[in-house]
Design a binder for this molecule. Structure first.
Ligand code: IYR
Length: 224
């Protein structure tokens, strides 16, 4: 351990019954998160976006290099430029690049090459992954940026903001529009705002895998 280690502060150990209660309410909250594609144009204060990005910035990362950069966009002209570039990529995707298997998988979502939410939603947050940064080479970049993005989605959901985890492929146009260096790779474009009045979501995605399918416990050595 480094000579500069300091005591762990702010740590709070809870009684187990409180832990269970807190997890139950957190699960309740998170089970209500749905990816939405139909956004209201209602503005969201910049301050809230800043606070949510601060939460994202607390994520663990390889060697604590924090290999992420967030570009938060509310400027209508930039949103229009992003919509135009994204729709061009999506047209190529839906009318040629995507395999039949992929298109079949997307069927239940009802998605197509039209992305009006890129202009309607009050905020777009382009997340960039830094292959290299101020500290030189970064490590576990994809994992780290994925963790930060998860925290960002969770933070936004916790205050009633809806998100769409949008990944137009390829997303290289984002780097140019956002003016980011080529040491950074666009990771995801998060669309953020309130759900539109009457917003609908695909019914199938309500079904999350049961615990028994997503976990294996090894709590005891198997008997000989
Ligand atoms: N990027 C396309 C296609 C798409 C791909 C996956 I995987 C999704 O979960 C949803 C959409 C689009 O945004 O329409």
């Amino acid at each position: 351990m480094s000579a500069e280690a300091v005591p762990l502060t702010g740590y709070e150990r809870l009684p187990e019954s409180d832990m269970a209660d807190r997890l139950a309410s957190f699960q309740d909250l998170m089970a209500k998160r749905r990816t939405i594609r139909d956004f209201a144009d209602t503005p969201v204060p910049r301050q809230l976006i800043e606070q949510a990005i601060r939460v994202a910035g607390t994520a663990p990362s390889g060697a604590n290099h924090q290999p992420w950069h967030f570009v938060a966009i509310s400027d209508p002209k930039t949103k229009t430029a992003i919509r135009q570039a994204a729709e061009e990529e999506e047209r190529a995707f839906y009318h040629g690049r995507a395999s039949d298997e992929w298109l079949d998988a997307l069927e239940p979502l009802g998605t197509d090459d039209q992305k009006p939410f890129l202009e309607t939603a009050p905020w777009l947050i382009a997340v960039f992954a830094q292959k290299r940064g101020d500290l030189g080479k970064n490590y576990y970049v994809t994992e780290s940026v994925g963790l930060a993005t998860g925290l960002l989605i969770t933070a936004l959901h916790s205050v009633g903001l809806g998100t769409l985890t949008h990944t137009p492929a390829p997303m290289t146009f984002l780097r140019e529009i956002c003016g980011r260096p080529n040491t950074e790779k666009p990771f995801v474009l998060l669309v953020v705002g309130y759900p539109a009045e009457g917003c609908k979501v695909p019914s199938y995605a309500l079904e999350k895998k049961p615990l028994s399918e997503i976990v294996t416990f090894k709590t005891q050595a198997p008997s000989p």
